[in-house]
Design a protein around this ligand. Structure first.
Ligand SMILES: *[C@@H]1O[C@H](CO)[C@@H](O)[C@H](O)[C@H]1NC(C)=O
Ligand SMILES: *[C@@H]1O[C@H](CO)[C@@H](O)[C@H](O)[C@H]1NC(C)=O
Length: 513
């Protein structure tokens, strides 16, 4: 308490005294630099800064009230101020020396860490650091979310490539739950999929959906409101994906064929989009689903422990945090403890919600990347998205829309139960790339999905037993085990069905000639 009072006292001094020439000018500058720290301190205590400042101000004012000492306040009298100030200073040091350290540490200039500076870089900064051209594009969805698309338009200049050479085939990479565009570049220029594709001649676009590090703005909602976080992967599929895809098509020209590569939730949103806004089946060239999540009957992730609460949405939201799914919450800690005990994982991984939900593969994990990864994930997701997945698991693993309860569903969908996503409407050629040790997308669920897709390209299972959900992004052997195959599939393009389509179109064009 005393230190903040001291701080405000200083402000009072700045206002009344002549700071330039007084003995306390150093202190004044020290304390006036501390506004942010003080604010954080107060907010950490769960109090409103404004009210806090108000109450401290009252205290300081009453301290100078004439009534207390029977003489009038004469703040221009330097001695008086000096006396008062010294009392405060002594008291503060006596009772609150720790707090004093926090707010005005002796060694207070700059903290110099030995961290690799790359740890704190954004996606475009990392891309530039690795010698590739980087772009950021701002896209606004039809419901007001402001998203950032990142892009590597050309390959590294002087890398045997001709650099700026148009037109390049376009590919949109879509991250999974708790992820961001950084997922695709963190493994570095040798192993990151974004670079691998850039080297292979693609114009690489990297999605960031509502709620993550790069897309936390809205035209009228603040990201600390409940309304901002009122979305699941369904809203992402209905608003974010169309906005990003349309933007790329406008930039590239509508005759450009855009390939889509998704990971985890990045595949759920693709399936949800293509089965509801079906014209996107004609806009995209093909879809490539890494660790595809649609059916969820065999889940090993501790997310399944939430499924039993799925009927009580409010309860679950309260349990996990109303808005953003925050890793620092008690339930998460409980879940992570559970997951860690079962799986004997060490703390650094356990404490991170992404590893906790998706598992960790000792052999394929490059530990050099850990500090970088921990600083970028979790990148932000809504609790409602987790609830949505938990509902699906609870409801026999069906791929269905959010369950608002009987009455809510009638209002929302006109039916008492939420509709299933009609996968039979997905005419886009789709390749599935799954792994045997995937906690979220089991081979059985992926096979079932493959059966349902009208126009499948291939169901590739990574030939390594331990390969898991996250290995698709950062595994040491991801290029060998997955990306080479992926590029093969990309080059071939659609399925046989799609080739027939092209033939028919070609014939039609020939007939026109
Ligand atoms: C691990 O990551 C670092 C940093 O990107 C890289 O230099 C190194 O080659 C990687 N190791 C393996 C085995 O992939
Ligand atoms: C959240 O979205 C649902 C469905 O669109 C709507 O019924 C509900 O009122 C919204 N709640 C908030 C707090 O915005």
């Amino acid at each position: 308490m005393r230190l903040p009072v001291l701080f405000l006292f200083t402000i009072v001094l700045i206002q009344y005294g002549d700071c330039q020439s007084t003995w306390y000018s150093d202190l004044v500058s020290i304390f006036s630099e501390k506004t942010t720290q003080l604010k954080n301190y107060v907010q950490d205590k769960g109090r409103s800064f404004k009210n806090y400042v108000g109450s401290v101000q009252n205290k300081v004012t009453s301290y100078f009230k004439p009534s207390a000492h029977g003489r009038s306040l004469d703040v221009t009298t330097e001695d008086q101020i000096k006396d008062r100030f010294e009392v405060y200073l002594n008291e503060a040091e006596m009772y609150d020396s720790e707090l004093f350290e926090v707010i005005a540490p002796a060694d207070m200039k700059y903290k110099c860490t030995t961290d690799d500076p790359a740890i704190h870089m954004t996606t475009p900064q990392l891309i530039a650091l690795h010698g590739y051209p980087a772009e950021s594009h701002v896209v606004i969805t039809d419901d007001g979310y402001i998203l950032t698309l990142h892009r590597i338009p050309y390959a590294k200049v002087g890398n045997g490539s001709k650099g700026i050479e148009s037109p390049r085939k376009a590919v949109l990479l879509h991250h999974g739950l708790l992820g961001s565009s950084a997922d695709w570049v963190m493994a570095g220029p040798e192993k990151g999929l974004a670079y691998v594709l850039s080297n292979a001649g693609y114009d690489v676009w990297l999605a960031n959906v509502r709620g993550n590090t790069y897309s936390r703005s809205h035209i009228s909602l603040n990201s600390d409101c409940r309304a901002f976080w009122n979305f699941t992967f369904h809203e992402i599929s209905q608003h974010d994906l169309p906005a990003m895809i349309d933007y790329i098509m406008v930039t590239k020209g509508w005759d450009a064929k855009l390939n889509y590569i998704g990971h985890s939730m990045g595949t759920s949103v693709l399936f949800a989009l293509l089965s509801t806004k079906t014209h996107y089946n004609k806009v995209l060239r093909a879809g490539y689903a890494l660790a595809p999540v649609a059916y969820m009957t065999e889940i090993k992730s501790p997310i399944r422990l939430l499924a039993r609460f799925a009927d009580d949405i409010e309860y679950l939201l309260n349990l996990l945090g109303q808005n953003e799914f925050l890793p620092q919450n008690a339930v998460l800690r409980w879940l992570s403890k559970h997951a860690c005990e079962i799986n004997h994982i060490e703390e650094a991984f356990c404490e991170n919600s992404l590893f906790m939900l998706c598992g960790f593969d000792e052999k394929q994990f490059n530990r050099t990347l850990l500090p970088l990864i921990l600083s970028h994930v979790p990148a932000g997701a809504s609790t409602k998205t987790l609830v949505h997945y938990a509902q699906e698991i609870h409801n026999k693993g069906q791929f269905q829309m959010f369950d608002y309860g009987k009455e809510g569903n009638k209002r929302q969908y006109g039916t008492p139960t939420p509709p299933q996503y009609p996968l039979e409407k997905i005419t886009l050629p789709i390749a599935l790339l799954g792994a045997q040790n995937d906690w979220l997308a089991s081979t059985a669920d992926v096979a079932k999905l493959y059966q349902q897709l009208p126009n499948p390209i291939e169901n590739y299972v990574v030939p390594l037993e331990e390969f898991n959900h996250i290995d698709f992004l950062w595994a040491i052997d991801a290029p060998k085990l997955v990306y080479n195959k992926l590029i093969d599939l990309l080059e071939k393009g659609g399925s046989k069905y799609a080739e027939v389509d092209v033939e028919i179109i070609t014939n039609e064009i020939n007939e026109l000639d």
